[in-house]
Design a protein around this ligand. Structure first.
Ligand SMILES: [Zn+2]
Length: 191
């Protein structure tokens, strides 16, 4: 998405860019329980690949796990489970992940995970949760750059998560507002 903003300065443009990249909450797989893995790849490598699959989600429904009313135990408001079970031969794709919540599923079905040879099995359970790109790149929201044309800032926003670029931008504004509210509270406490 291309977006033109007038009346802001370089500090504001830089802050918006940073928030879109690394501070908006997005959904990614964080935990994987392996029941069987006869593939050529180690569990850790498959778990890492699963983490990098962008997932769709409703940004207004889910909570951060550590801020949820379940107190981090994991519930339907902060965690989504997937099941995967395949026997070779054949390539295992992102689309083989079966979700327990239709709002949360891979953005693309044809992302390769690992190839299984004849008779090899892969069976696992995976759990996705919200996070931010500053903690791990798998939660990165977007690739964002901007150029300055006179007094205008022209942003180029490419989403790399399950949100549309316009949602990436509106979520970034929400995060910026929250940061300003926190800052205001801190200043009031000094008074
Ligand atoms: Zn919860």
């Amino acid at each position: 998405m291309k977006l033109q903003i007038e009346g802001i300065n370089a500090a504001m443009a830089g802050e918006l860019r940073r928030i879109m990249i690394s501070e908006i909450p997005t959904m990614a797989i964080e935990w994987v329980d392996f029941h069987a893995n006869d593939s050529i790849l180690w569990d850790e490598i498959i778990a890492h690949r699963l983490g990098l699959i962008p997932l769709t989600f409703d940004p207004n429904f889910f909570n951060f796990k550590d801020e949820c009313q379940c107190e981090g135990k994991g519930c339907t408001k902060c965690q989504v489970a997937f099941a995967l079970k395949r026997t070779g031969p054949g390539m295992v794709y992102s689309g083989d992940l079966k979700t327990t919540d239709d709002r949360v599923k891979p953005v693309f079905d044809k992302i390769p995970i690992v190839e299984l040879m004849e008779g090899q099995e892969l069976e696992l359970e995976a759990f996705a949760e919200l996070g931010i790109g500053r903690k791990h790149a798998k939660w990165q929201g977007a690739v964002v750059g901007y150029k300055v044309d006179g007094d205008k800032y022209i942003f180029n926003i490419e989403s790399v998560c399950g949100l549309k670029p316009e949602q990436v931008f509106t979520q970034a504004l929400k995060v910026l507002n929250e940061k300003l509210e926190d800052f205001t509270k801190d200043v009031e406490r000094i008074k």
